[in-house]
Ligand binder design. Sequence first.
Ligand code: SAH
Ligand code: SF4
Ligand code: F3S
Length: 447
Amino acid sequence: MKPTPKTFAVKSFGCQMNVYDGERMAELMAAQGLSPVEAGEADLVVLNTCHIREKATEKVYSDIGRLRKDARVTGREAPMIAVAGCVAQAEGAEIVARAKVDVVVGPQSYHRLPVLVADAAAGHPALDTELPALAKFGALPARRRRANPSAFLTVQEGCDKFCTYCVVPYTRGAEISRPWTAIVDEARALVDAGAKEITLLGQNVNAWAGEDETGRPQGLGGLIRALDRLPGLARIRYTTSHPNDMTQELIEAHRDVESLMPFLHLPVQAGSDRVLRAMNRHHTRDGYLRLIDRVRAARPDIALSGDFIVGFPGETEAEFAETLGLIDRVGYAQAFSFKYSPRPGTPAADMAGQVSPEVMDERLQRLQAGLNRDQHAFNAATVGRTCRVLVERAGKLPGQMLGKSPWLQSVHLLTDAGAGDLLDVTLVSAGPNSMAGLDLGEGRRAA
Ligand code: SAH
Ligand code: SF4
Ligand code: F3S
């Protein structure tokens, strides 16, 4: 038996979909009457975990150890620990055995958290890693609590692509799309709760498919056009996209829809066709580059972002050089790059030609040097431009606020505007990771 928790904390790791899930779990526990507090003081700590790379998984076990040790040192009762997210899905039984946690709940069944916590409090450690399609959304509170100016909204879950290195198809299940009306209703609830910008989320968000109110089939482009008509919603973004689901309709939305921000995260992973084939990406280098050209033709100022893996099994120096050539050709505004991490149960983990850590380190450094150079060039090229900035929060200096440009650059500026305001700002200088902006003044503040 453990005392029924009265306070809770949720710690999310991994991608934005986990951040969204973490927010929904927090709303769910608050609706049960528990109060949110810091993790160090909570009766219940939910670790919302990520399984994507090895380090992410190891972090879960060290976090569990730290939470228990901190409780011992301060003489508190050890908190109830619930492991949620993708490690829970992949290694549920192992976590229970190895770390003796109270609750394990997967990313598609966390709406059952209150029941599982009650079971654990009654002395029965509880595990639920079912993958019921969409059940959780219907079971979560419909009203959204106070939303940040920039809010996340999951519209699509799961992945059917089975890239040979990736655990997501196993941890999140098959691709499913939430229904049109559920999404529009939740978007409205987020706007009512204060959101000015919504980022539509999915592991393959551009694979979203559904029907509108009239029963007409729609893709993500159509959904974006509908959300564009929502009063009070100033900005729309979406992530993450797969190149093969980038339809003409979606590309045209970038041309036509003013509230759709000029930013596209479109991972390519590698620049060599042989490596792309071994990764089971189902697209070629050239196909990706032609797609980028079409997107740029529709929206010339679009900022491009990507994900890269270096040291995939069998990757030669010449093949890696093709990745460097590809980034030169694209000129990314920002990007994420990773050393290949063999994941249990994925085909690539058993492939011949695993690349040594030293070679991976060295390749990652060269790739990141190129990506940093391109990011800086992109930022430098925007100096002098005037654009809308959505103010999100206070900065470190007195009077300083932080916000985002349409191209997802962080912008800091001195202003008396508050979070949620949209300002006309001139970008005056570029740092390595952010821009300095000049607020053009009260009179030009946008609604
Ligand atoms: N669905 C998205 C991204 C999912 S995971 C997509 O397909 O683009 C986010 C990123 O993590 C991937 O794009 C990939 O670059 C990286 N990643 C996934 N599995 C990995 C692994 N085993 N090792 C290293 N990086 C990995
Ligand atoms: Fe993973 Fe590939 Fe699916 Fe992205 S598309 S989630 S990298 S399997
Ligand atoms: Fe990680 Fe799961 Fe997201 S593995 S990246 S939290 S889908």
